[in-house]
Design a protein around this ligand. Structure first.
Ligand code: B3K
Ligand code: ZN
Length: 861
């Protein structure tokens, strides 16, 4: 087993400014799959901010040979150099302290790079991924984000298309030269070469500059680029209108690649995307795919200002760019679609990914204080909770100050590598407010719980709010945080008597109002802070909010919270039946023509088994995934019976006429129809309506929705075979074919099905999308199947992680979080998971990525 001793721990408190900065980087690549030659010429100068006296030059390299290296044209003698963990140090005596030119030649083998980090090949195409530390796999460099430089890149190779960051400055037969005038850190470097075609468009910026837009794809995929291009143009306009941010190069390029560890990457001027988040057509992509493409295209584009022009000083500050950029993409999607629905979707995601992270051994602050492998910290906490902090900050300082602060941030820090302190200082300067207490959101891990007590006497209503955060690894004692509580106090006629935002800053505070009647308190409206609210509402009170609250989030929340609580109880006791008030309130939602269909689809939906598992654990109950699955099936049936003919009626009423369009309105109708189909199928073991929809569907949303129902009903065989015949040539669609079977197969058959599919000729496990579509969809999306009491699900997951680790450590490490919540289960399941984790931990040559994750998962509390 690898130990932490072998893998150094990096600490925020050890940060030191670099001794040397870089003015200019000139790179030449001679591309060949086995031996790509890299020539680098780097102009260094001493950092004026460094300590006095001569300093060693420290460069990073990972898996690189020391071939020819020289300073100012003189080759360096061996004794001048020493190597460490991913470092090459040139002793100060050999480094001209006033500045110098470093030159090096090295060779790399992209074809052998299966980690998909650094320069690698995907389907014969060269591409790069450098965030966080992939550039050091390409050439020797001070690979840290506070070293920003301008780049000139020459690419030589057979491929017809040769791309890098910035503007194209020259090209000829077998070569191209690119120049990026904007100083950037090495993690934003990108190179792409291959047989590609461009879907092109143009954009005129607010200052009237003409920008060439290109989406580069493999031949044959051109007709699937239209939506991504449209989303890009809308993102560019939105960033101008809402944040005053204009694009700054002559061209903006997006490249779609099939083999990619995550969603996409914001390289300057040359974004590289997982093809799943670029390519779409009505026949191949679902409404969710379209919404994801819109959000991710926007996210990566928005990074141009929040990430690229203003970057992070060090990787501990990752949330500076990610939290803010997620916040911006969420706002954008809300503006493009519906704010209420978007907020509910974002909270569902936050709770299922971030709250569960916060509740287990992987909990860490939004700004972590130590890491072994930074790639393990691209988490829901850094991203999603990071975005929540920004939303709270905006709410606290108010609209005017928010605008002033953002303008100040862009003006003050453009071209710099910054910290969270710089970010908060901008808000302090703009608001005149001390934000040191608020800043604890960045350093304290864990989800605060807010408890509510009420009292109404002699016309005075008192609301007492108290907060508490449970210990997390390394943080046994928690302090109170500043929690904005958006509220409405609702009178008997359903109207707000009071509304606003309370600031809970101490462990307990009481707020008072003079009111003619005891109100119903609607708290944490819009989910105003990432906390667990413990209000202790009765079924009748929740049903009131579900039917009447003016806040769409709290309206949805009331039903959702009740369903969570009910399913937990039903899973423990087969005699528990849903309350009549709850069922009636669902009928009110179904009959209410007011909210849009997308909202009604959400409000009529049930929490997933995984949601119930996490909720029970948060309330000190031991969840039984299979019992929850059965309770959920039973509840769905009861709701379907109560709704009577409504599902069929709404299913028919919400049919969208005409050809498929991916807009939010049409998608909302389809979402509501999918909800209705779920209820209809719950009462029909033959799943006839699903089979009809499968036959009739002219778009992937409805086809895959029907297929899911058929598979869940155990009637998927024919449809799966037809689907396979129709789409076997299409990688992205085949991912869905695998994912549907992994998630929807009934629990008793799930392990066997997934095991069988791992032997399918199309199960190309080295492709992260395909691996995730089967293994992660199963472990993360089929809780009752995965958590079989015999441990076969755990064994299956671990077999694949063991196989994948030597090939792709980053994706392996990430997938270990599928058992991130293992300590919430019963003793038997815990013992089975522990055995599997230990099996992984004891693997010879385990990657440092996975070793760190497994070490955290197995650490004693
Ligand atoms: N910044 C990249 C993520 C890089 C992940 C490195 N392991 C994508 C994004 O957040 O936009
Ligand atoms: Zn990002």
């Amino acid at each position: 087993m690898r130990t932490d001793q072998r893998d150094p721990e990096i600490r925020l408190s050890d940060y030191r400014v670099p001794d040397y900065l870089v003015r200019q980087v000139d790179l030449t690549f001679r591309l060949a799959p086995k031996t790509t030659e890299v020539f680098s010429r780097i102009t260094f100068y001493p950092n004026p901010a460094r300590a006095k006296g001569p300093a060693d030059l420290i460069l990073n390299g990972n898996g690189l040979e020391i071939e020819a290296v020289s300073i100012n044209g003189s080759p360096l003698p061996r004794e001048a150099l020493s190597t460490g963990d991913e470092t090459l140090t040139v002793a100060a005596a050999h480094v001209p302290q006033e500045g110098f030119v470093w030159e090096a030649t090295n060779t790399i083998a992209p074809i052998d790079n299966t980690s998909l980090d650094g320069l690698y090949m995907s389907n014969g195409m060269y591409c790069t991924q450098c965030e966080a530390q992939g550039f050091r796999k390409i050439t020797w460099f001070p690979d840290r984000p506070d070293v920003m430089a301008t780049y000139k890149v020459r690419i030589e190779g057979d491929a017809p298309v040769l791309l890098s960051n910035g503007n194209l400055v020259g090209q000829g037969d077998g070569w191209a030269e690119w120049e990026d005038p904007h100083p950037k850190p090495s993690y934003l470097f990108a190179l792409v070469a291959g047989e590609l075609e461009a879907f092109e468009d143009r954009f005129t910026t607010m200052e009237g500059r003409d920008v060439l837009l290109q989406i580069w794809v493999r031949p044959g995929d051109l007709e699937r680029c239209e939506y991504a291009m449209d989303a890009l143009k809308r993102s560019m306009r939105w960033d101008e209108e809402v944040y005053g941010r204009e694009y700054d190069l002559d061209r903006f390029m997006v490249v779609a690649v099939d083999d990619f560890n995550m969603g996409a990457m914001e390289n300057k001027g040359l974004n590289i995307f997982n093809s799943k988040y670029v390519l779409a057509s009505p026949e191949t992509a679902t409404d969710t795919d379209y919404a994801n493409i819109e959000a991710i295209i926007a996210h990566e584009y928005f990074h141009n200002w929040t990430g690229n022009r203003i970057t992070c000083r060090d990787w501990f500050q990752l949330c500076l760019k990610e939290g803010l950029t997620v916040y911006r993409d969420q706002q954008f999607s809300g503006d493009m679609r519906s704010h209420g629905v978007k907020r509910i979707e974002d909270v569902i995601r936050l709770r299922s990914q971030q709250f569960s992270e916060d509740a287990g051994p992987l909990a860490h602050p939004v700004r972590p204080e130590k890491y072994i492998e930074i790639n393990n910290f691209y988490t829901a906490t850094v991203y999603e909770k990071g975005a929540e902090i920004i939303g709270m900050l905006r709410g606290l300082v108010g609209e005017e100050t928010w605008k002033t602060a953002l303008d100040l941030y862009f003006e003050r820090h453009d071209g710099e590598a910054c910290t969270i302190e710089d970010w908060l200082k901008v808000f302090e300067d703009a608001s005149g407010r001390d934000l040191s207490h608020f800043g604890k959101w960045y350093s304290q891990a864990g989800t605060p719980r807010v408890r509510v007590a009420e009292d109404y006497q002699d016309g005075t209503y008192r609301l007492t709010l108290s907060q508490e955060t449970r210990p997390t690894p390394g943080q046994p004692n928690k302090e109170p945080l500043v929690i904005p509580v958006a509220y409405g106090l609702i009178g008997h006629n359903g109207a707000d008597m009071e509304s606003g935002v309370l600031e809970l800053a101490r462990a307990e505070e009481t707020f008072e109002w003079t009111l003619p009647e005891k109100p119903r308190a609607s708290l944490m409206r819009g989910f105003s802070a990432p906390v667990i609210l413990e209000q202790g509402l009765s079924a009748a009170e929740r049903s009131f909010h579900l039917a009447h609250d003016v806040d769409p989030f709290n309206r949805w929340e009331a039903g959702h919270a009740h369903a969570l609580d009910l399913l937990g109880r039903m899973s423990q006791d087969a005699d528990v039946e849903p309350e009549a008030e709850y069922l009636e309130a669902l009928c009110v939602v179904a009959d209410d023509p007011q909210p849009d269909p997308a909202f009604r689809a959400l409000a009529l939906g049930l929490p997933t088994v995984q949601n119930v598992i996490s909720d029970m654990a948060a309330n000190e109950m031991v969840p039984d995934p299979l019992a929850i699955h059965e309770a959920r099936t039973r509840l769905k049936k009861t709701i379907a019976e109560t709704l009577g003919d409504r599902p069929e009626r709404m299913y028919a009423e919400n049919a969208v006429a005409g050809p498929y369009t991916p807009d939010a309105t049409a998608a909302g109708h389809r979402a509501l129809r999918a909800r209705c189909l779920d209820f209809i199928t719950a009462l029909d073991p033959e799943a006839k309506a699903a089979a009809e929809q499968f036959d009739a569907a002219d778009n992937m949303t409805e086809r895959v929705g029907a297929l899911t129902q058929l598979v869940a009903a155990g009637r998927g065989e024919d449809a799966l075979a037809r689907f396979y015949e129709d789409w076997r040539q299409d990688r992205l669609v085949m991912d869905k074919w695998f994912a549907v079977q992994a998630t929807a197969t009934p629990p008793e058959a799930a392990v066997a099905t997934v095991e069988r599919l791992t032997g399918h000729p199309d199960f190309d496990w080295k492709n992260p999308n395909r691996l995730r579509s089967l293994i992660a969809s199963f472990a993360g999306g089929n809780a009752a199947g995965f958590h079989r009491p015999d441990g076969s699900g755990y064994r299956l997951l671990m077999d694949w992680l063991i196989r994948l680790d030597p090939v792709n450590p980053q994706t392996t490490a990430r997938l270990t979080s599928l058992v991130g919540n293992w300590k919430i289960f019963d003793g038997q399941r815990q013992a089975l998971i522990r055995t599997e984790l230990e099996r992984l931990a004891s693997l010879d040559g385990l990657s440092k990525d996975t070793a760190e994750m497994v070490g955290r998962l197995l650490a004693e509390d």
